[in-house]
Design a protein around this ligand. Structure first.
Ligand SMILES: Nc1nc2c(ncn2[C@@H]2O[C@H](COP(=O)(O)OP(=O)(O)OP(=O)(O)O)[C@@H](O)[C@H]2O)c(=O)[nH]1
Length: 466
C-alpha cells in the first residue's frame, strides 16, 4: 500500500513532499469529516475486514472517527485511505494511535480429537510467530500446556472449567487483558490470538461472546473457528455427542485428524457426514505426517457464520440470552439447548440445580472429571496394562484420559493419552513442571464414577510401591 512507502522513505525531499501532501490531506479530510453521517455498524464491519496490519493508519483513522460513513456510503478502502493517508504520528502519546483489531481464532473439536497435537505442530511453523495462545482444559489439572513447550511464555492456561460455561467470563477478561497489555507495550506485539477450547465446549456461546461482547469488540474480532474431527472415532462421536455436532456445524474450517489411523472407507464415510453437516466449511486433513499450514487455518477473512438453519438458531438463542457476566443464568439456558437430542439428554440437564456454580469440574449430570494422583513412581508395565484393560472395558464411558506419569526408573515425565477405547503411544516431556514429580491422571467420564476407577488404581499404586 502506498502509505507504507511514504512512511518508510528516507529522502529529505520526499519528507518535505510528504509533509505538504499530509497538510493537503488533512485539509481535505477536515472537509470530508463535515459530511460524515452516523453508521457505526458499517465502520465496524469495515474495520474488521480491513488489512489492519499493513494499513495501520487506515484503521487508526477509522477509530478516530468511529461513527463515520463517508457521503452516506459504506466506506471502501479507497475512501478511507484518502481521508487518512497522512503520516500519522505512530506512538505519539499526545495523539495516541489505537491498536489494530486483533484476530482471534478459536480451535475446537471433541475430546481427544487432536486439537493440542495440531496446535503444537502449527506452533513449530514460522508462520505461527507472534501468536498468543490460550488453552482451556476441562479437568482438575491442566496437561495440554505442558505439551505446548515452545512458546511457553505466550501460553495462558485458563482456569479449569469450560469456556462455554464456567470460565466464559474469564475468557473475556483474559482476552481484554491481553489486548490491553499488548497495547500498553507490556506484552510483545503478537498479531493474533488462538484459543483452544475444551473438547466439550459448545461453540455457540463462545462465538456469540467474541462477536458481541462490548469489552472485546473494540480490540478483537473473531477471525475463524476451526474444528478438529477424529478420523477414526468421528462418526461415532457425531452420532452420540451434541457438542461435537455443534462444533463441526459452526466451524468455518474442519480438520479431519488422525487420517493415518483410519482406512479409506471410514475416511470417506466421515467426509460425507461432514459435507452434509457443514457444506460451506473449508476442509483439511491432518495426520502424524502432515497438517494444514498456519496460513490455511489462521490467516485471512473474518469468521463467516455458516448458513445452516441450526447455526442461526443457536446463535439467535445466544443473542437472546447471552451475557457472560451472568454465566449462571446463561448456563441454565445454554444447556437446555441440548435437550433436543435424546441421546445426550441429561448430560447438560441441570435438573434444576446450579451445577456449574457449585462444581466447575462437571459439565453436566452425567459427565464428570477427576484426577487420580500418585506421589511415588509407578511401574510402567503395570500402569499400561491397567490402562489398556480399563479402556477396553470402559471405553464407552471414558471419554478422555490424559496424564503425566512418574515412571519408575525414568528421570523424565511421560504423558499418556486415552480417547474412548484407544490408548495412544506415550510422549516424554523434557522436564518436570515442578519439583513434586507427582503422577496425575485426569479422567473425563460419562456415567462412570471416580470411586470405580480409584479402586482398581489402588492396585497399580501397590505394584508401583514394590
Ligand atoms: N496417529 C495420530 N495420533 C494423533 C493425531 N492427532 C492426535 N493424535 C493423538 O491423539 C491423542 C489426543 O490428542 P490431543 O491433541 O491431545 O487431543 P485434544 O483434542 O487436544 O484433547 P482434549 O484437549 O483432551 O480434548 C494424543 O495421544 C495424540 O498424540 C494424528 O493425526 N495421528
Amino acid at each position: 500500500m502506498p502509505i507504507q512507502g511514504q512512511v518508510q522513505s528516507k529522502s529529505p525531499f520526499a519528507a518535505s513532499r510528504r509533509a505538504e501532501r499530509a497538510a493537503r490531506r488533512r485539509r481535505h479530510a477536515a472537509r470530508h469529516h463535515a459530511h460524515i453521517t452516523l453508521d457505526e455498524r458499517a465502520i465496524r464491519e469495515f474495520a474488521s475486514s480491513a488489512p489492519v496490519r499493513r494499513g495501520g493508519a487506515v484503521h487508526c483513522r477509522l477509530v478516530a472517527h468511529p461513527r463515520g460513513c463517508i457521503d452516506g456510503r459504506r466506506p471502501v478502502l479507497k475512501d478511507v485511505f484518502r481521508v487518512s493517508s497522512g503520516p500519522l504520528p505512530v506512538n505519539d502519546r499526545s495523539n495516541p494511535v489505537p491498536e489494530p483489531v486483533l484476530p482471534v481464532h478459536v480451535l475446537t473439536g471433541f475430546l481427544g480429537s487432536g486439537k493440542t497435537t495440531l496446535l503444537v505442530r502449527l506452533l513449530a511453523d514460522p508462520g505461527m510467530g507472534e501468536t498468543a495462545v490460550l488453552i482451556n482444559e476441562l479437568g482438575e489439572v491442566g496437561i495440554d500446556h505442558l505439551l505446548v513447550r515452545r512458546l511457553e511464555d505466550d501460553v495462558v492456561l485458563l482456569e479449569s472449567g469450560c469456556l462455554c460455561c464456567t470460565v466464559r467470563n474469564e475468557l473475556v477478561e483474559t482476552l481484554a487483558d491481553l489486548a490491553a497489555r499488548r497495547a500498553a507495550g507490556d506484552l510483545p506485539a503478537f498479531r493474533r490470538i488462538v484459543v483452544e477450547t475444551t473438547g466439550l465446549a459448545d461453540p455457540a456461546p463462545i462465538v456469540h461472546t467474541l462477536m458481541t461482547d462490548a469489552r472485546l469488540t473494540p480490540h478483537l474480532r473473531l477471525a475463524g473457528l476451526t474444528a478438529t474431527i477424529d478420523a477414526t472415532l468421528g462418526e461415532g462421536t457425531l452420532a452420540t455427542h451434541a457438542e461435537a455436532v455443534k462444533q463441526a456445524a459452526m466451524a468455518d474450517r474442519l480438520v479431519t485428524t488422525k487420517t493415518d489411523l483410519a482406512d479409506a472407507t471410514t475416511r470417506a464415510s466421515l467426509a460425507a457426514r461432514l459435507a452434509a453437516l457443514n457444506p460451506g466449511a473449508r476442509r483439511f486433513e491432518a495426520s502424524l505426517a502432515a497438517a494444514p499450514s498456519p496460513a490455511e487455518l489462521f490467516e485471512g477473512e473474518t469468521f463467516s457464520i455458516g448458513a445452516g438453519t441450526d447455526v442461526a438458531t443457536w446463535l439467535a438463542a445466544e443473542a437472546a440470552h447471552g451475557d457472560p457476566s451472568h454465566d449462571h443464568h446463561h448456563d441454565d439456558r445454554h444447556h437446555d439447548d441440548h435437550d433436543h437430542d435424546d441421546r445426550v439428554r441429561g448430560e447438560h440437564d441441570h435438573a434444576g440445580h446450579h451445577l456449574h456454580h457449585h462444581d466447575p469440574q462437571r459439565h453436566g449430570d452425567r459427565v464428570a472429571t477427576f484426577c487420580l494422583t500418585a506421589d511415588t513412581p509407578l511401574d510402567w508395565d503395570v500402569l499400561t496394562r491397567w490402562l489398556e484393560l480399563l479402556l477396553t472395558a470402559r471405553g464407552e464411558q471414558i471419554l478422555r484420559l490424559k496424564g503425566i506419569v512418574n515412571v519408575r526408573g525414568r528421570d523424565k515425565p511421560v504423558v499418556v493419552h486415552g480417547v474412548q477405547h484407544v490408548l495412544y503411544p506415550p510422549q516424554e516431556l523434557l522436564a518436570w513442571p515442578d519439583a513434586a514429580r507427582a503422577s496425575m491422571l485426569v479422567f473425563i467420564t460419562r456415567d462412570l464414577s471416580r470411586s470405580a476407577i480409584e479402586r482398581s488404581f489402588a492396585r497399580v499404586l501397590a505394584a508401583g510401591a514394590v
